[in-house]
Design a protein around this ligand. Structure first.
Ligand SMILES: NC(=O)c1ccc[n+]([C@@H]2O[C@H](COP(=O)([O-])OP(=O)(O)OC[C@H]3O[C@@H](n4cnc5c(N)ncnc54)[C@H](OP(=O)(O)O)[C@@H]3O)[C@@H](O)[C@H]2O)c1
Length: 382
């Protein structure tokens, strides 16, 4: 077993406030129990992972944009949540109860807002708390691809399985040729995973994706049965008109880009009942973003968030006649395991937009912030 410096010193992408640059700094972590033979970890419930790749998500950029100068301004904050790497130390409890051991290749999501991040040479994880971690075979899946799904994939899983209530609609798989889903933002990283799971795991018959014409062929190849090009809409009109013209009613509508067009569109003369099946049939409208259109460089307006949360609360207490949910993806062993299996079985393809070296992490951020990424933006750490 490789002897490591104690305390552990490692390079990581960090920042202090929204104004300061994202830079590569040397961080220190006091993780080893030097008094014991073999340099084990101090905490038996943790494992230390040497990171090979990390992937970025819009939330990383939004969190940095939301870090004011007055809070913890002197403390460095890490960047990134998704990672893949090799376990270099596993606590005894981690090995006994969860089966992770040194040498395992693992992929997962590490969530510590304003704490450490995954664009770093090492992450120190407590898998009893940071449960979204699973093993993989590097001969079958590259480290870049292994890092390029956890948060987006877990979000897709949450959208599909946590709110729709239909017999046989489970991660175990099934066949639902008479069911329909609508994915607003079909070419987003999350949308791409939703489409593939809907097609290859749930066997959904109609998968309608709203995306640009430029992304249409790729999105169709992933499983979308119908495409609505939101960029082909004439000024003063809404893409809701084109969605309505398809004539389907949906069991699930997932919004990966934000907006109100499907909830109610004066330009199209439509409202949610033109699209969503009755909630008595188990249907749901699930949004990742709320009413504001996705803009990565700044936080969505507070007022918009209040409107969405009020709508969600009204839905929960039965004041709305449809189920409306704003999700916040939580780490989960269930989705990590299921998604890892789907990748290994070829049911879900991991698509990478671009790979950037850690020293060029800002290029990766700029690419994601362009709002044009086709698949995941990955940072190669080693
Ligand atoms: N709540 C949660 O827990 C959670 C978790 C994950 C992500 N999210 C949020 O979900 C959103 C999507 O994240 P992501 O990482 O999947 O995005 P992403 O991969 O960065 O999305 C980029 C894609 O969005 C498409 N797009 C841009 N504007 C659009 C519009 N007006 N209508 C339809 N498509 C549009 C573009 O494709 P085309 O223009 O070519 O179609 C582009 O390729 C972000 O706002 C993110 O913050 C939330």
């Amino acid at each position: 077993m490789e002897k490591l410096q104690s305390p552990l010193k490692y390079r990581a992408a960090t920042y202090k406030t929204y104004e300061s640059p994202l830079e590569i700094t040397t961080e220190e972590a006091d993780v080893f129990d030097d008094a014991r033979e073999g340099q084990p970890l101090k905490d038996d419930s943790t494992m230390l992972i040497k990171v090979h790749a990390a992937a970025l998500n819009p939330v990383d950029i939004l969190l940095k944009a939301a870090t004011p100068k007055v809070i913890f301004a002197s403390r460095t904050k890490g960047f990134g949540r998704d990672y893949s790497g090799t376990v270099v130390r596993a606590g005894a409890r981690v090995t006994a109860e969860l089966g992770f051991r040194a040498g395992d290749s693992v992929m997962g999501m590490y969530r510590l807002p304003f704490g450490k991040g995954t664009v770093a040479e090492y992450v120190h994880v407590n898998p009893f708390k940071q449960t979204a971690v699973t093993k993989f075979d590097p001969a079958q899946l590259s480290y870049e691809k292994a890092a390029a799904w956890p948060l987006a994939g877990g979000t897709a899983y949450t959208c599909l399985f946590d709110y729709v209530k239909i017999d046989g609609w489970t991660p175990a798989g099934g066949s639902h040729p008479d069911r329909a889903i609508l994915v607003l933002g079909g070419s987003t990283a999350v949308g791409r995973y939703i489409i593939q799971i809907a097609k290859n795991v749930l066997g959904v018959g109609r998968i309608v994706a709203v995306c640009s014409g430029a992304s249409a062929e790729e999105v169709r190849s992933l499983g979308a049965t119908h495409i609505v090009d939101y960029k082909a809409v004439k000024p003063g009109e809404s893409y809701a008109t084109a969605v309505k013209a398809l004539g389907f009613k949906y069991d699930l509508i997932t919004d990966c880009v934000g907006g109100r067009e499907i909830l109610s569109s004066a330009a199209a003369g439509t409202d949610i009942h033109d699209f969503l099946k009755p909630k008595s049939e188990g249907s749901a409208y699930v949004t990742l973003t709320g009413d504001a259109k996705l803009k990565y460089a700044r936080m969505p307006p507070v007022l918009g968030a209040i409107v969405c949360k009020t709508r969600e609360l009204s839905s929960r207490i039965g004041l709305l006649c449809y189920k409306y949910v704003v999700i916040m993806t939580e780490p989960s062993r269930a989705w990590a395991k299921a998604f890892g299996d789907w990748i290994a079985e070829g049911k879900v393809l991991v698509e990478i937009d671009s790979v950037h070296d850690m020293d060029k992490v800002q290029d990766a951020v700029d690419r994601l912030a362009s709002n044009q990424a086709r698949g995941k933006v990955v940072v190669r750490v080693e």
